[in-house]
Write a protein that binds this ligand. Structure first.
Ligand SMILES: [Zn+2]
Length: 362
């Protein structure tokens, strides 16, 4: 999983340095942001530990990769030496310069959102970051808490690497709660205020996002943010790998079950949206979200599908764990659309394709 994460970071960096490589010949390098969003939210909804796990996974990946990037930029390791004694203005200007040039550039290029350092206080340390058009919450409305755990982890991980201190973050504003942009506060991990706020932030009681309403926006091409509805597929990879990182086998099996429940829920939405039921809705749905191509090879009694251009799988990369949410979602969708209880019999890679067989449950 770490390898997948680091590879995605490298590819995102390559976008900025103009070494972009084409990963999917016909689908292109972007996907509807509903795809990563629904996975994160649905997993967080069904497992109360997920916000914290996701935060920790994205934090350690960001910290590790920020070190690598900073070294590659030949910034000296002690660049931020004695940061705590710096005057406020210098701290702000220096952090702002590096963030804008490197990390916000990576994120805006990937269409994750537009990041800006709003303020820095040195003692006690408080870095305030605003994030406009955040991919994690765009189009979600009516929530009480911030839900951008992946980015909270990413920002605190990058800052921790830059100034070489253990930091944590939490959101004080989020578009999902009706704010104009998401705002993150980052401070020392053992600062009591940061600790209390962060703990409360990563242990929400219930999230309660309406994913069906959210999907309808994407299907009808309603814009959910000024940056548009698409995001770089490497962001999806980072998100999927981060949800599995703590225990790939266990979380792959949870992701499968959660994906299957979501697929069940989506089947009637697709029937209503496309005006008919039947398996052809599956291909239309994944095409419309720029997620993947599905070809039906066999229909009865077993259902055989060939999946190509899926963003999670690329040559020499993903194991089957990365595909688990998608496989579950396909099982749920196919069962719902055919009104037969289907269960996964086999899934295997054939070249760059994923070949999947479902059979009726006995
Ligand atoms: Zn947010």
């Amino acid at each position: 999983m770490d390898r997948i994460v680091d590879q995605a970071w490298t590819l995102l960096l390559a976008n900025v340095t103009n070494k972009r490589c084409i990963l999917r010949p016909s689908m292109g390098s972007e996907i509807d942001l509903y795809v990563p969003q629904s996975r994160l939210l649905y997993l967080a909804e069904s497992n109360p530990a997920m916000p914290r796990l996701l935060y920790l996974a994205s934090q350690s990946a960001a910290q590790r990769n920020a070190y690598v990037i900073v070294r590659r930029l030949s910034m000296p390791a002690d660049y931020f030496w004695k940061f705590e004694f710096w005057p406020k203005e210098r701290a702000f200007a220096t952090l702002d310069k590096i963030m804008t040039r490197v990390f916000s550039a990576i994120m805006s290029q990937a269409k994750q959102g537009t990041m800006k350092i709003e303020g820095v206080a040195v003692d006690p340390l408080r870095i305030t970051v605003s994030f406009r058009d955040c991919v994690e919450c765009a189009g979600i409305t009516g929530l009480k808490n911030g839900i951008c755990y992946y980015h909270a982890g990413t920002f605190s991980g990058i800052m921790s690497a830059l100034i070489n201190r253990d930091l944590d973050a939490f959101e004080t504003a989020c578009c999902a709660g009706g704010d104009g942009s998401c705002t993150f506060v980052i401070g020392d991990k053992n600062d009591q205020y940061v600790k209390t706020s962060h703990d409360a932030y990563v242990s929400p009681h219930k999230i309660g996002a309406d994913l069906v309403a959210r999907l309808e926006k994407s299907l009808s091409n309603a814009p959910v943010r000024a940056l548009g509805n698409m995001v770089d597929i490497n962001y999806l990879r980072l998100v999927v790998a981060s949800t599995l990182l703590a225990n790939p086998q266990l979380f792959a099996s949870t992701s499968f079950d959660v994906g299957s429940q979501l697929g069940r829920k989506l089947a009637p939405v697709l029937t209503k949206f496309y005006g008919h039921d039947g398996l052809e809705n599956i291909a239309a749905y994944y095409q419309q979200l720029h997620e993947l191509n599905v070809e039906i090879k066999e229909q009865k009694p077993n259902l055989g599908l060939v999946i190509s251009e899926s963003p999670e799988c690329s040559r020499n990369n993903a194991g089957m764990e990365m595909m688990s949410f998608l496989l579950g979602e396909l099982q749920g969708l196919a069962s719902g659309l055919t009104k037969t209880e289907l269960t996964l019999r086999e899934s295997r890679f054939e070249d760059d394709n994923l070949v999947v067989t479902f059979e009726p449950k006995v």
